[in-house]
Design a protein around this ligand. Structure first.
Ligand code: GAP
Length: 447
């Protein structure tokens, strides 16, 4: 998987993703996000929040605790049912999820050492266990949440009581989730700590099918606006579905290692609210003021993983281009809204104080509105390529003409074309390009 190696190496080399705890040899299934990675992650979350909360009247946000009363996970079925079937290869002692192994008759084939073996699979619960307070006993046991959804269900009543939401309505949350995956794999695709962006959309039971279909389409469209082209929808078969789901459609991206889920949209029915109601003894019914009816809503859940979207975006955006006979470049053609840096500012020459001074003042001014990079090292071509590789949308160069007429060159990442623009209009022009209102093509602005 040559493509994959190139992407992971770029991610490390340029500070998107580092192996977690690297100086101690790492910790399997955990990654750290570097200066560029944290910006890209932030922009993905921002785009989701804007679409799912800020732009919606019927959806409110929530941020619940990662560690909650363990009863929640008893009620949700995670304590008894959130497990994978685990087998261990007797030769190399590696452990696998049975679904990741190929079968030869009644035997498994080890993907690590090719050993063919028979083994009884055992259930392995994926929740990380910890203890609250000083005593490590069963009374103080607690779990790191395996999904952010649990926090939403137990705050269903709180949110209803403190807002003026009426059915149908949603509660959205972005936050960390943890799963003690048996076999973390494929870079940041399957990890043990990750971030979810989840919406629980509460509806009348009889309207659940319609809203389920609507959300599948809405979410699919969103990925297209992010710039992901290699995506598809796939309905999960009954035996694949989570224990709470009546129907699930996955949105999949074609990674270098195959089609894989980046988001799942599930019809969780009234399973969760009923279960939390039963275990807590609290009334979680919804009272409809108009019809005077009391009922437990159904819930439609679009649930996405930040890191999987991040990874898909890197795969989609990565390109190697021959731009002149002896010149090749690597470019990340990220959606401008998501790119870690929107613009880079360069003085043409670092040893000309007047150029540096003007470039510095432009840099400082742009920083008030955008994420901006500064670079004054080496030749200008190298600086452009260095920014292309991390997806910086535009580059501003201050040259000798700038000192005379207060214009600068503005270079576009995707086309490598340049225009001259006045410093007084620079901010507006950049804003329009980032917002997709105008594009820099063929050396002039195109609407
Ligand atoms: N609340 C529903 C739920 O958690 P899920 O399909 O298990 O459903 C939803 O997870 C999303 O969370 C997935 O589509 C994926 O993007 C992300 N996700 C799940 N497990 C993950 C893991 N081990 N590593 C990275 N992301 C993961």
């Amino acid at each position: 998987m040559e493509g994959l190696e190139k992407i992971t190496s770029l991610a490390k080399r340029r500070g998107f993703v580092y192996p977690g705890s690297e100086i101690y040899g790492g910790l399997s299934g955990f990654y750290d996000f570097g200066p560029l990675g944290v910006e890209l992650k932030f922009n993905i979350k921002q785009a989701w929040w804007s679409e799912m909360v800020q732009m919606k009247d019927d959806i409110k946000g929530l941020s619940s605790a990662i560690i909650m009363n363990p009863k929640i996970w008893e009620a949700s079925g995670h304590l008894s049912g959130f497990s994978d079937l685990l087998v261990e290869c007797p030769k190399c002692h590696k452990r696998f999820k049975t679904e990741d192994l190929t079968k030869k008759g009644d035997s498994f084939v080890c993907p690590e050492c090719d050993n063919t073996f028979q083994s009884k699979a055992r259930q392995f619960n994926l929740m990380f266990k910890t203890f609250v307070g000083p005593a490590e006993d069963s009374v103080s046991a607690a779990y790191l949440r395996p999904e952010t959804a649990g926090g939403i269900f137990v705050n269903f009543k709180n949110v209803l009581d403190t807002t003026r939401l009426k059915i149908p309505f949603g509660i959205a949350q972005i936050g960390k989730a943890f799963r003690n995956e048996i076999n973390p794999k494929d870079f940041i695709f399957r990890t043990r700590e990750f971030e979810q962006m989840e919406l629980e959309y509460f509806v009348k039971p009889e309207e659940a099918d319609r809203y389920f279909k609507e959300w599948v389409e809405t979410r699919f469209d969103w990925y297209q606006t992010l710039g992901l082209k290699n995506i598809r929808k796939r309905e999960q078969a009954k035996e694949e579905r989570a224990h709470y789901s009546k129907a699930t459609v996955d949105i999949e991206y074609q990674f270098p290692f195959g089609w894989q889920e980046i988001e799942g949209i599930a019809n969780r029915s009234d399973f969760d609210l009923k279960a939390q109601m039963k275990f807590s003894g609290k009334d979680l019914n919804y009272f409809d003021e108009e019809t005077k009816e009391k009922f437990v809503p159904y819930v439609i859940e679009p649930s996405a993983g930040v890191e999987r979207i991040f990874f898909a975006l890197l795969c989609e955006a990565y390109a190697e281009e021959q731009i002149a006979k002896n010149e090749k470049r690597i470019v990340l053609k990220l959606n401008p809204q998501l790119a870690p840096y929107k613009v880079a500012v360069f003085p043409l020459l670092a040893n000309k104080p007047k150029l540096v001074e003007l470039a510095r003042s432009i840099y400082k001014n742009l920083k008030k509105d955008f994420a901006v990079a500064w670079d004054d090292r080496g030749n200008i071509g190298k600086r452009y390529f260095s920014q292309d590789e991390i997806g910086t949308v535009l580059a501003v160069t201050v040259d000798f003409q700038s000192l005379e007429d207060q214009t600068v060159t503005l270079r576009d990442r995707d086309t490598t074309k340049q225009i001259r623009t006045s410093t007084s209009e620079l901010k507006e022009v950049i804003k329009k390009i980032i917002n997709g209102e105008e594009f820099l093509k063929f050396g002039k602005l195109v609407k």
